[in-house]
Design a protein around this ligand. Structure first.
Ligand code: ATP
Ligand code: MG
Length: 256
């Protein structure tokens, strides 16, 4: 319907002159906003750490940037409502203070896979409300860093996997590789699945999750040789996101 209303040449013409929030296409987001989906080789391997580091790197490059955790399980009850550590970290690393519910629209109590936590709480997770929250952030920020949940194929609801967020919103994907034994297999499987799902894997970031991994450099060389996308940085162990930010200059450049 929209295509009949406004042809692509017209959309391009207007995009070059006005804020793109006036001319969103069916799947298209703000022309002036960049968004990226952060997935990982597993749960607990540093997606939030990398997302916060990337937010600091984007801000250091002068960009208005914010984080988003569309779905979070394992939230804790607070006087203000359910809160999740990842979403709080993304909130704190964003350029401006945003209401918690904008950053984390679906907050679940049980520390389980989202589809199980949602079933416990009789919540049905669907993408349209998440998309609305995302579009609002996109319209107000130059960059939105969206953290996935667990790994690429985590179930959100019957018939809905977390990967659908990136696929349906057409977000470029960065794969965080938690550098530990087993990461080569996890990284290659994840990359294969991302590409098979028709998503654009724009790069990977190595996260030194362990203080001393055996054959770290050899593992990094193997990842560089075998993954079908460039390395956009390697974060050292124990450096907080603000200090590690310079390591992600290649990621910032790739996002444009
Ligand atoms: N480079 C690092 N150096 C030291 N500690 C790290 C590093 N990266 C992550 N951690 C720690 O490892 C733990 C897991 O990291 P993080 O929460 O970023 O993982 P995640 O992939 O986002 O997990 P989840 O699947 O729960 O979202 C956290 O305690 C974090 O502080
Ligand atoms: Mg996390």
């Amino acid at each position: 319907m929209r295509r009949a209303f406004m042809s692509d040449p017209w959309r391009c013409f207007l995009a070059s002159r006005f804020s793109a929030s006036f001319i969103k296409g069916d799947q298209q987001l703000s022309e002036t906003s960049r968004a990226v989906f952060i997935t990982g080789t597993d749960t607990g391997i540093g997606k939030t750490h990398v997302a916060c580091t990337l937010l600091h790197a984007l801000r250091a490059a002068g960009q208005l940037a914010c984080g988003m955790k569309p779905v979070a399980s394992g939230c804790v009850e607070t006087p203000e409502g359910l809160r999740n550590d990842d979403a709080l970290a993304l909130q704190a690393a964003s350029s401006r203070h945003l209401p918690y519910s904008e950053i984390n629209p679906v907050a679940l109590r049980a520390p389980l896979s989202p589809h199980l936590a949602a079933a416990c709480e009789q919540v049905t997770i669907s993408l349209p409300p998440l998309r609305m929250a995302f579009e609002r952030l996109s319209s107000e920020h130059r960059a939105v860093v969206v953290e996935g949940v667990g790994g690429w194929l985590v179930p959100l609801a019957p018939g809905l996997l977390a990967s659908e967020i990136a696929r349906q919103w057409q977000l470029p994907v960065i794969l965080v590789v938690g550098l530990r034994l087993g990461c080569l297999n996890h990284a290659l499987l994840s990359a294969r699945a991302i590409v098979a799902d028709g998503c654009r894997l724009i790069g990977w970031i190595g996260n030194t999750i362990e203080p001393a991994m055996d054959a770290l450099e050899e593992n990094l060389a193997t990842l560089r040789a075998l993954l079908p996308a460039p390395c956009l940085g390697v974060l050292p162990h124990g450096l907080p996101p603000m200090l590690a930010a310079p390591q992600l200059s290649a990621a910032v450049a790739t996002l444009g």
